[in-house]
Design a protein around this ligand. Structure first.
Ligand SMILES: Cc1cc2nc3c(=O)[nH]c(=O)nc-3n(C[C@H](O)[C@H](O)[C@H](O)COP(=O)(O)OP(=O)(O)OC[C@H]3O[C@@H](n4cnc5c(N)ncnc54)[C@H](O)[C@@H]3O)c2cc1C
Length: 410
């Protein structure tokens, strides 16, 4: 209910997208580019949060090239990762080499995700049919005769009601849209959570590995030039226990995995510098209802393993725009079209999630002091047969069933 002194605003649009992450912003951009009236709701004031994953994959860069945006995008500060190396029990092992990918850019671009989202927003706002509402939190769906016809949201000044021919839930792994729609979720269970923190960096250090495995522990270090963004895996639900052991114990574990961080790790002095990120892998049995579709993490939450969730979210957005633009230019979309999107994206998502579950079970044992066992012949193959490194490179860099832009700019 609107409180006295608060506003009640109603708007009408073709498509209301809930969530301004990679899936929502890409879909909003593509629909607006083809002249579809689109409203994107984002609950935060800006995109400036650092828990989202910073990887822009070769297949996403290919899409930007198809859209004529690649040159501008690559002018933004970024780093180019052309090969992935991991340090397992002190041994450096090359995992993936992007040199042979069938894409223009044979690298992963590391860029803070807020820069990527700001870039999409900047370009989307050039189209008059694009409307981004920040600080606008979707709280409920509007339903009429079993069909979703809109969204109720709260803003700093009151309530906003958006009537739409289609609502798309792109509100991530804790999606309120899928919950309110009553879509049932298959949860695959993940044994880990992630501690996310910044560690200052010695500017003299050159290129280091991305992943570090040792004695059942695992950590990712993303080089952001003047600091490392560190993702340190812990057994699920164990943050309080780790806190009780004290911050010095965490500092020692990090230094044990990556000795080169040296005394910089001592700059982690308070638990306030460390965020707990809960990791999930799940998938909706059905991604849609009449008038509603979920894509990205809202349809299938991805773990950080392989760093591919952003790419999958973008691919979903492109498949959705390809399928629905022509209908949305005129009016509502049919349930058959929504089903086609799920059928198209389901198997690529299944392959990647199955791989992530395998990685969690076999490689990442965050539960104790066991060594991370990788059979010696696997290590030998990755070191000595470059061809072997092409498979993970394709899976990470491009992924199964890469999408292409089939919609036209209006
Ligand atoms: C710890 C961790 C690290 C990761 N690292 C990587 C990585 O390096 N590379 C990679 O590719 N993937 C990574 N992932 C996975 C990746 O973050 C997700 O798969 C990806 O962000 C999904 O994009 P999305 O657009 O579907 O959802 P999100 O990125 O989650 O975006 C959802 C958006 O919706 C907004 N929102 C939520 N609720 C509402 C609401 N009620 N109203 C309005 N707005 C709302 C949120 O503020 C957010 O902006 C990581 C995941 C985790 C957990």
């Amino acid at each position: 209910m609107t409180q006295p002194g608060q506003n009640q605003e109603n708007i009408k649009t073709r498509c209301c997208i809930v969530g301004g992450g990679p899936a929502g912003m890409m879909l909003g951009f593509l629909l607006a580019r083809s002249g579809v009236e689109v409203v994107v709701l984002e609950k935060h004031r800006d995109f400036l949060r650092d828990f989202r994953g910073d990887t822009i994959h070769p297949s996403t860069l290919e899409l930007l090239a198809e859209l004529g945006l690649l040159d501008d995008f690559l002018k933004l500060p970024h780093q180019e990762l052309r090969a992935v190396q991991a340090t397992i029990e002190g041994q450096e092992i090359p995992i993936a080499d992007f040199a042979h990918l069938p894409t223009q850019c044979k690298f992963i671009a590391f860029m803070p995700q807020w820069d990527f989202l700001n870039f999409l927003a900047y370009n989307a706002k050039k189209f008059p049919t694009f409307h981004l509402h920040v600080e606008t939190k979707a709280v409920d769906l509007i339903e009429e005769n079993g069909e979703i016809v809109g969204v109720r949201a709260t803003t700093p000044t009151g309530e906003l009601t958006i009537q739409a021919d289609l609502v798309v839930g792109t509100d991530g792994r804790n999606s309120i849209i899928r919950e309110k729609a009553g879509l049932s979720v298959q949860d695959f269970g993940v044994p880990i959570d992630v501690l996310w923190m910044r560690i200052p960096k010695d500017p003299a250090l050159g290129e280091m590995s991305l992943g570090y495995f040792k004695s059942g522990q695992f950590m990712v270090l993303i080089d952001r030039q003047d600091y490392y963004q560190c993702g340190y895996l812990i057994p699920k639900g164990q943050f309080e226990t780790i806190k009780q052991r004290g911050i010095t114990s965490l500092q020692e574990s990090i230094r044990g995995l990556a000795p080169f961080v040296g005394d910089f790790v001592k700059e982690l002095t308070s638990w306030d510098q460390i965020s707990l990120l809960t990791v999930k892998i799940d998938r909706l049995w059905q991604w849609y209802r009449p008038g509603l579709l979920c894509i990205g993490d809202a349809a299938h939450a991805m773990s950080p393993a392989g760093g591919v969730g952003v790419n999958m979210a973008i691919q979903d957005a492109v498949a959705t725009a390809n399928q629905l633009t022509a209908s949305l230019q005129k009016g509502p979309v049919s349930i058959k079209e929504l089903d086609r999107i799920q059928r198209r994206r389901l198997w690529p998502v299944r392959i990647i999630q199955t791989g992530q579950i395998f990685v969690h079970k076999r490689l990442i044992n965050a539960s104790g002091n066991q060594n991370t066992v990788v059979p010696p012949y696997i290590v030998w193959l990755f070191r000595h047969v470059p061809l072997v490194r092409r498979f993970p490179a394709y899976l990470i860099g491009v992924g199964p069933r890469p999408e292409h832009i089939h919609t036209k700019a209006k």
